[in-house]
Design a protein around this ligand. Structure first.
Ligand SMILES: C[S@@+](CC[C@H](N)C(=O)[O-])C[C@H]1O[C@@H](n2cnc3c(N)ncnc32)[C@H](O)[C@@H]1O
Length: 360
């Protein structure tokens, strides 16, 4: 076992196939924070690791790599130790010993595994392992739930006999194990992509922002709305929605009365006044979508926008950088907040949230 008093690495989990982007994001973040080291990732593993040349405290490591601030990393936390040959019969003792060596108690335990077909074989084990692990930690005096500032113990099993051991503040990590928002598909929603907007609201907005901005009586525009999964989400928060699409909308949703369908071109149509929300799921070149979103803000047509950028497979980061540049340069005179996340329900696209800071 290798073991460190300070954090030696950051682990991020991502969608399988996006390891290169996750690793590059880690390297860029290290450069920005003057942290030396290198990223490691293998295609298909659904995770990437950045190893620091010099250990830093887990608090500083987590601050530099907070889950919410990463796009391709769904979940991130500082790695404190790694065990490569966990015995089959007793996996608890080596993990408890590693924590003893770190001289810290923990307030909670999160068990994770790669989001791959191979990794999923460990889902049952992780469920069963939590109880004996907590018992082992309790017996060693290392389990202190409810004690302020006590870190959470994160465990990640890259294979059946290896474990990465991490510590972190749960508020800086994703609130969902593995960064996967498990959302139930609403039976009446017209399409599965309703889950994407539901996840975007959960992941890209804070609870306070949701309460404040997803209010009944608000107005929204949904570009590329058919058959209506995103409009359904908005209307179920009580917002009135103008759904723009040449394709047919779900009749039942229109009958509910909050959604009005316009057969118009989403790149051309604009509302007369301003709306609270603009959402856009049109599948188009990302630079075109980024330009359109920025224009709505320049023309003061919306306060907040949630939109998808479909990234070309071979140049995902370059395309994303271009979109950020377009938005930031077009809106250089307006204070904005721009957030990106490769959501669990996203595939080749990432989801963005853009808001004006002077209208809050
Ligand atoms: C991925 S689907 C949207 C799914 C929708 N968000 C839902 O939840 O049901 C993309 C939609 O964009 C529409 N679209 C593409 N180009 C458009 C344009 N220029 N103007 C309006 N709609 C457009 C398509 O007709 C298609 O219905």
């Amino acid at each position: 076992m290798s073991r460190f008093a300070s954090s030696q690495a950051i682990l991020v989990q991502c969608r399988a196939g996006f390891e290169r982007e996750a690793a590059e994001e880690l390297e860029r973040r290290a450069a920005r924070n003057d942290l030396d080291g290198r990223a490691h990732a293998k295609a298909g593993d659904a995770f990437a690791i950045f190893e620091f040349d010099d250990g830093i405290s887990w608090q500083d490591a987590q601050k530099a790599y907070a889950s919410a601030s990463l796009c391709f990393g769904r979940q991130s936390w500082p790695v404190m130790a790694r065990i490569d040959a966990l015995p089959d019969r007793d996996r608890v003792t080596p993990i408890v010993d590693a924590l003893k060596a770190l001289r810290t108690a923990v307030g909670d335990v999160v068990l994770e595994y790669p989001d791959t077909n191979e990794g999923k074989k460990r889902s049952g084990f992780c469920k069963r392992f939590a109880e004996p692990l907590i018992n082992g930690l309790e017996a060693a005096g290392l389990y202190k739930p409810g004690v302020r500032k006590t870190p959470t113990l994160f465990l990640f099993f890259p294979d059946a006999n290896a474990v990465l051991i991490g510590l972190g503040d749960p508020r800086q990590a994703s609130p969902w194990p593995m960064g996967i928002a498990r959302l139930r598909m609403p039976r009446e929603a017209p399409s599965r992509s309703t889950l994407k907007l539901a996840e975007a609201f959960q992941v890209l907005l804070s609870a306070e922002e949701r309460d404040r901005w997803l209010r009944a009586g608000g107005k929204a525009v949904d570009l590329g709305a058919a058959p209506g999964g995103w409009s359904w989400q908005l209307s179920h928060h009580g917002l009135r929605v103008i759904a723009v699409d040449n394709g047919p909308m779900d009749k039942k949703l229109l009958d509910e009365g909050l959604v009005t369908h316009l057969r118009e071109d989403g790149f051309v149509w604009r509302p007369k006044g301003a709306v609270d929300w603009l959402v856009c799921d049109m599948v188009e070149q990302p630079s075109r979508i980024a330009t359109l979103m920025a224009d709505w803000f320049l023309q003061k047509k919306c306060r907040h926008a949630m939109f998808n950028l479909k990234l070309p497979m071979k140049k995902r980061l370059a395309a994303l950088d271009q979109c950020k540049d377009i938005i930031r340069s077009r809106l250089k005179d307006i204070p904005i907040n721009l957030r990106f996340k490769h959501l669990y329900h996203d595939r080749e696209e990432v989801t963005a949230y853009l808001t004006r800071l002077d209208t809050r």
